[in-house]
Design a protein around this ligand. Structure first.
Ligand code: GDP
Ligand code: GDP
Length: 432
């Protein structure tokens, strides 16, 4: 669930109110910018993660609108349910209408709530918000904790059914990145050559116009920022830097990143940089070595090439490597399979009991390190999130957790559960 709304409508107050009673873990995830705060909350046995997209400092109306649009977009991309808060005291504003317009056009459920309805008398103020066309507004008072139960009921009701968001994946967003001329456009064309391309034209989401949608065997794929690629501009923008920035933006919006490497040139510095960014961003990853038809091969060639990639991209040993030719269509059908596989691994959730069993077995085999006579103790481990799978280790003293031990634990997790094609985030927390 993400909370969206203008500054001062009471987002933080609500966030803290819900958190106060039911928070299990307050998580400030590494790599997450400051204006997004993640909070795990629980209501009627439903766990959900709230993203407070607020906290943006705004000086002018213009900048506020830009910030709010950005915020709404982020919420649409990241959340299962969007909680849109408006202010019953100030009434409907043009910024509310702007956000309402964006939210009306998503397929994600939106719960409209009117805050600062502190008394029964104030109830009269909520009617104008029907004009937003987002259904019945739910009146609450965040600071007085009024009606929060009804609100959360509504949110839980709107959440996708259990497991739907984890195991089953309804849409996989794929970024295709790599240097100019490695064959990205050819690959994209080969991928969708046989598939029906769904031309979506959702107003309000201009970004959709540059994405390519298609579905295969019940799975919907979105190839990010590729529509232009398919048409392949005649005038290739020579600016390398521009293409890098563009790639990074596509990575941000993706679930799975296809890193396309030229079989002749091998891994370049730019490949390394973008791969590193995708890894840090916690995306599912598949490495494609394209133009394989141009390579003189013997029985060991692909093995040697894989080894080189493992050396050059040492931080992503988990990523599957596939050798393709967009020209001869060699192994093109495997690309989709691997994307789907990586997406599933990326969204995989391990139950707490099984997880703690694996960690306890691991610590039995290889006891945790100690420092100055104090031994690290892992009390409890939980998987706090998916995409990427994020594990929190609650320990007696995070200082004693060495990098090498963390790597050992990561390896054990991978041996037990796979997690092929996805980075893992391991977070160590001390207990106060
Ligand atoms: P945010 O910018 O959306 O995060 O808004 P805040 O949570 O910081 O709240 C802005 C102001 O509205 C603060 O002064 C809050 O005390 C006030 N506020 C929040 N909820 C309520 C409410 O239910 N009733 C009233 N009267 N004031 C509220
Ligand atoms: P992009 O800039 O990464 O989108 O690369 P393109 O798809 O435009 O491909 C650049 C050039 O490489 C074109 O001339 C393609 O025909 C060629 N090409 C793409 N894939 C392959 C392949 O698998 N084998 C060979 N031999 N050529 C390829």
């Amino acid at each position: 669930m993400a909370i969206v709304g203008r500054p001062n409508v009471g987002k933080s107050t609500l966030f803290n109110q819900i958190g106060k009673k039911r928070v299990s873990i307050v998580e400030d995830m590494p790599g997450v910018t400051r204006d997004r705060i993640y909070l795990d909350a629980e209501w009627l046995n439903h766990e959900f993660t709230m993203i407070d997209t607020g906290g943006i400092q705004i000086e002018t109306d213009d900048r506020m609108l830009t910030a709010i649009r950005h915020q709404a977009q982020l919420a649409i991309e990241e959340a299962d349910v969007i909680l849109f808060i408006v202010d019953g005291k100030t009434g409907l504003t043009s910024a509310d209408e702007e956000v309402g317009g964006i939210l009306r056009n998503t397929r994600k459920p939106v719960v409209l709530t009117v805050n600062k309805v502190d008394s029964a008398k104030a109830m009269d103020e909520i009617y104008e918000f029907y004009n937003l066309g987002l259904g019945e507004p739910i009146p609450i008072s965040a600071s007085n904790a009024l009606n929060l139960g009804d609100l959360l009921d509504k949110v839980v009701e709107s959440l996708p059914k259990e497991h739907e968001s984890d195991g089953e994946i309804d849409q996989i967003r794929v970024a295709v990145i790599g240097r100019p001329n490695v064959g990205k456009s050819s690959l994209v064309n080969a991928l969708i050559g046989q598939e029906r391309v769904i031309v979506s034209d959702i107003p309000g989401t201009t970004r959709d116009a540059i994405d390519t949608h298609f579905s295969k065997e019940g799975t919907n794929f979105v190839l990010i920022d590729t529509a232009g690629m398919r048409r392949k501009a005649k005038i290739d923008l020579p600016v390398e830097r521009y293409s890098v920035i563009r790639s990074l933006r596509s990575v941000d919006r993706s679930d799975v990143v296809l890193i396309v490497i030229d079989a002749v040139d091998g891994v370049t510095e730019q490949d390394k940089k973008i791969a590193g960014y995708a890894h840090e961003a916690g995306k599912g990853i598949v490495i494609i070595v394209n133009k394989w038809d141009l390579v003189e091969k013997d029985s060991k060639t692909s093995l040697r090439f894989t080894e080189t990639i493992r050396n050059e991209l040492g931080f992503m040993q988990y990523a599957p490597v596939l050798f393709t030719s967009a020209l001869t269509k060699q192994r093109i059908h495997r690309v989709i399979e691997l994307i789907k596989f990586a997406a599933e691994q990326h969204a995989m959730r391990i139950s707490t009991s099984v997880l703690n069993q694996v960690i306890s077995d691991a610590t039995a085999i290889n006891p945790p390190p100690s420092e100055n006579g104090r031994r690290l103790k892992i009390y409890f481990t939980t998987q706090a999130d998916v995409k990427p799978p994020t594990f929190i280790f609650f320990v007696n003293d995070p200082e004693i957790m060495h990098f090498s031990y963390l790597r050992f634990l990561e390896n054990r997790l991978r041996e037990s559960f796979g997690f092929e094609g996805t980075p893992l985030k391991l977070v160590v927390r001390g207990r106060k």
